[in-house]
Design a protein. Sequence first.
Lengths: 369, 258
Amino acid sequence: MSSTRTRTAGRRAGRGLPLWLSPKALGIFVVALVALYLAPLVLSLDGYLHNVVGLTFMFMAAGLAWNWLGGYVGQISFGHAAMFGTGGFVAARLAITFGLPFWLTWVVGGLVAGLYALIWGHPTLRLRGPYFSIATIGVGEATRLVATYWSDFTGGSSGLSLPIGNGPTKYELYWYGLYLLAAVVAISYWLRKSRIGLGLLAIKEDVEAAADVGVNATLYQDAVLFLSGFVVGICGGFYASYQAFIDPLDMFSFDRSISFVLIGVIGGIGTILGPAMGAIVFVVIQEFLLASYPQLYLGLYGTLLIIVILFEPLGLSGLLLRLGKRLGRKPPASTAAGGMGSASADPDGAPPVLTGVPGQDDSKGGTSA
Amino acid sequence: MSALLVGESVCKYFGGLKAVDDVSFELAEGEILGLIGPNGAGKTTLFSVAAGSVPATHGRVLLDGKPVNGKAGYRSVHQGICRTHQIVRPFARLSVLDNVLVGHHYGSPEGSHSSPRDRAMEILDFIGLAERANQLPGELTLAGRKRLEVARALATGPRVLLLDEVVAGLNPVEGKRFVDLIRQIRERGTSIIMIEHVMHAVMGLSDRIMVLDHGRLIAEGNPQDVAHDPQVIEAYLGREDDEDGETVTPSAEERHDA
Ligand SMILES: Nc1ncnc2c1ncn2[C@@H]1O[C@H](COP(=O)(O)OP(=O)(O)OP(=O)(O)O)[C@@H](O)[C@H]1O
Ligand SMILES: [Mg+2]
């Protein structure tokens, strides 16, 4: 066994260990952050657009968090509105009743949402595939009903209004959304590129075979669900601050759950760039199309889902990957097939478009839209 | 001689079916134990219990004196026992290298190595898949996928390796290579139980052989004795009017080709 050969092959064999920390990926990430941070100050955007971009950051973060479970572990949740709503209402309650600072209400809301996710998730995550998905529909609906009738806490169908001046303004929320997104992107990279990411992918491929080589699937799935619920809960808190008014029919609705699925699936499940792009598509449709033609709602989303699933299961990032191939840069086989294209940064191969940090190209698209 | 792996009256029932019925066994350090028996004899089921993938109905398995608990399968890997699957189960969308890395990260690799990647490449080199590190399992031949299955298990650093029909379904040349490979694995200090229908492989490799039929242990001993045991011959041939005069000719050799 010649060790030199082993070495070289090892190097050839893909990403060096902490690649999500590779100078290139990190550089792009920081540049994108700074650009987005400064953009509103320099460009003086239309106020409404500025706010919508801020909201888009939140949806990107939520889509990415949903994707940790749906894309990395392969457990598609149709019930994430339960955590979105929980986070939102706990945050709103804390702000109204105790006057806590907004960031604390978000974090506590997120924690409660994450714990709630654990409570129903620990037993249901034993189910896999469609069985898990069906269970999450039940959880989502049950949560919605309880929230609607528990009017002492949620205000029932009349909802809750946040105290004025408690949190940041819509204008300021743009930056908080950006911080949130940055943190979530960083976690996404870490989850993907660390050994944990490999374990998650193994679970996604074959839980039993993973357990047979030592992966504690229960622990990992629970942890990912907690983390996902935590972040989506924070997003709920953000949304409460953004709207200054929340009602359970909206926060806990099935449509809300579906929106997270859509963001993940349209953009490209299992990737990082994907949910970020999906969020843009979602917000554009939501804010600009559906505002004028609300009756299109279900038909449009249904059609989109069918198109994606039939023609490009990797969604928009799959399209980008193809485009990259067309342009002559062939990604390594494993990358292409694994749907990890946009996960970043295989040093030799992945098309540069996909190495980009989500923020980058997209939100430029978003800002100039 | 204190045995490394001990099965004490292991039973596994599926409803009324006694897939494994009161089987006791011992595996010594550095030994290769062959496990044979007709189709449906309960060999794979015994492996699943021994590897902690499923709990036993009665009885228990001890590795180094500590029980292998079937309730949390991943734990037995950390104890030092790892199994391969009769029908290979690679992580299909992970590269060959990543497949092995999963085993390395989540198993209990002995000692510290330069880096996980180097260690994984070393294993792939040993197993003969180094050139294919970046390919997907689906791009490998059946023999290649069986090698990968073994490589991934080896990466967990097992003291006991359970090989479920790794030679069956390979052509004679590949089969021969695999036999050499198994011998080398043992030489590197891993004790092995192997299920195998390919008789020359299991007869040539095993220090001892045990024979299961209908979930029961019907014979045990050195390869020659077992091959001429009338009960064993009957288990394989007796129930069918088989003209094939050879001793112990499994009918199922080709059954598991992918
Ligand atoms: N999960 C299960 N549920 C019910 N019955 C099972 C299960 N697994 C195995 N069996 C049954 O248990 C018996 C033993 O099966 P097992 O797979 O252990 O046999 P084997 O000796 O490995 O056979 P082969 O040589 O065909 O691989 C068979 O009758 C099989 O149908
Ligand atoms: Mg079997």
